[in-house]
Structures are given as structure tokens and as C-alpha cells.
Design a protein around this ligand. Structure first.
Ligand code: E4P
Length: 217
């Protein structure tokens, strides 16, 4: 399973990179705004700064919602850095843009996916990644994990190579459940990744080992 961090915060990206398990970064316009990164030039520079910290894929989202606008923006984003993956919303022109980018060899992440049908369309259009937002489904009393399971089933039926990027991960159990269901990638906050580390028996066991070692020294 690939681990992506879902933030535009450079300190958190550096922390995750230093942990040694980071495979990429996802961002969106809200995450950029949260860091106070506004204006096209600043946003583009920030993507390059992120690419210079991590080794893996960095999703950069188009703002246009029409085909020609998405193509223009997406090509400019892809030209920024070889690690950039163009993030395209699951709308009618987005599907066309996914197909266009796939034909041009530009990698994409289809975002704002909330149903198996949308995920099927994204795969048909040749998306590199599909991003089902599981936390936002949970927020409205719908089982987000079930969507991961349905998409896995559909993609396996036909051998689609689009990678399932479980997005809108809110906590550590989401990561574990998505891993059980066969999501290819998860993107979430650093705190959810760090939660995987924790077990009280590890801490108690280590304390005892060190105490016993010190008895003889
Ligand atoms: C994915 O690419 C999105 O940036 C993200 O996971 C959305 O998460 P949220 O629902 O916590 O905002």
C-alpha cells in the first residue's frame, strides 16, 4: 500500500518524508488556502517546493471546469515537474480531460469520487488514480469503506489498472480498513499515519527490556 500525505504544509510533508514511508502527496485548493498559499504563481511554486521534498507523486488540482481550460491548466501543471499528477474533478468535461491526458501520457488523479459508477467511468477514461472520499461519505451517514470495497471488486473484474487512492482518510483505523479491502493507496493526515506506530505493549515491553539490560551494567 502506498502512503500519501494529504496536506500542503511543508513541515508536515518533511516530517512524513523523514519517517521514510512516504510515497507521495495530495493537495487540493482548500489545503493550499489553509496554508495561506494563494494566487496562481505562488501555488505553482508551492507544488515545485513539495516535489523537491518528496520522492513520489504530487497531485496538483486544476481549477477550470471546462475541457479546454482543464487541458491548458493540466498541461502547465504536468510541465512543472515530472512528479506532478494532474488532479481532475469527476464531472462531464473532467472525464473527457482524463481521456485526453491518458492519450498524451500525462498521469491523472480523478478527484471527488463518491460512487462506484463514477469510479468505473474514471477507469474507462484511463485515470492513473481514482480518489473515493471515504471520510466525507462517513460524514453523511454513508459507509465510505463500502465504496472502497465496491470499486476494488469492479476493477478486479476487468483488470483495470487505475489505482484506488482512498482519500478523505480521517483516522488510523481508516488506513487499516482500506488496507484490508485492497486500496492501492491511502492519503490522509500525518496524525493518522503516526497512529499506526502506537501500541502500549510496545512501550511497556521496551521499558522492561531496557531495565533488564541495565541491571547487568
Ligand atoms: C484528496 O485528495 C483530498 O484532498 C482529501 O483527501 C479530502 O479530505 P477531506 O474530506 O478531509 O477534506
Amino acid at each position: 500500500m502506498k502512503f500519501f500525505i494529504d496536506t500542503a504544509n511543508l513541515d508536515q510533508i518533511k516530517d512524513a518524508q523523514e519517517l521514510g514511508v512516504l510515497d507521495g502527496v495530495t493537495t487540493n485548493p482548500s489545503l493550499m488556502a489553509k496554508e495561506g498559499i494563494t494566487g496562481r504563481n505562488n501555488i505553482l511554486k508551492h507544488y515545485v517546493d513539495i516535489c523537491n521534498i518528496v520522492d513520489g507523486d504530487v497531485s496538483a488540482e486544476v481549477i477550470a471546469t471546462d475541457l479546454q481550460g482543464m487541458i491548458k491548466e493540466g498541461e502547465a501543471l504536468a510541465d512543472l515537474h515530472e512528479q506532478i499528477v494532474v488532479k481532475v474533478p469527476m464531472i462531464r468535461d473532467g472525464v473527457k480531460a482524463l481521456k485526453y491526458f491518458a492519450d498524451k501520457g500525462i498521469r491523472t488523479n480523478c478527484t471527488l469520487v463518491f460512487s462506484p459508477g463514477q469510479a468505473l467511468l474514471a477507469a474507462k477514461a484511463g485515470a492513473t488514480y481514482v480518489s473515493p472520499f471515504i471520510g466525507r461519505l462517513d460524514d453523511i451517514s454513508t459507509d465510505g469503506l463500502n465504496l472502497i470495497s465496491e470499486i476494488r471488486h469492479i476493477y478486479d473484474n476487468y483488470g483495470y489498472e487505475t489505482e484506488i487512492l482512498a482519500a478523505s482518510i480521517r483516522h488510523t483505523m481508516h488506513i487499516i480498513d482500506c488496507a484490508k479491502l485492497g486500496a492501492d493507496v491511502m492519503t490522509g493526515p500525518l496524525s493518522a499515519i503516526e497512529g499506526l506506530l502506537k501500541h502500549p505493549l510496545t512501550d511497556i515491553g521496551l521499558e522492561k527490556f531496557l531495565a533488564d539490560y541495565n541491571k547487568g551494567n
